[in-house]
Write a new protein. Sequence first.
Length: 149
Amino acid sequence: MKRFAFSMQYLADIHAAKEQAAEQALVSAIKEQANAESVLSVLMGRRAELAGEIGGIHGVVQRSEWSEKIRYVQGYERKILQSRGELRRLVEKVQRCRNVLKEEMKERRVMEKLEKNERCCWSETVKYEEQKQMDELASSRWFRQEEKV
């Protein structure tokens, strides 16, 4: 008896490979997003420390010291804005990767349903052929017995 072979196995393999690639891309994007979030939290923490130092300065202060700390805070604020923009971009990238993975998973499920349907048809065909062979065998035996009688 012939083994079952899915006629679109090549396409099913391609969709499985695409799904794996989409999963890896999503994992990579999530890691990038986590790194950007940690960088942003570090920057915000350091800016808060510097702002606290500026607020904690009392008494006579040289202007250069004051302006230097303010420039540091402004520099951190620029970095924070850049980091937030990068984080927004990465969040969108993660969402796109999720959508791609979702579509690839749908395609894989469609291929699995097609394979299941094709396997059912194959199974029914095999059962029909076996039944046909058994009927032929039974009828030939019956005719042989009739000839003997």
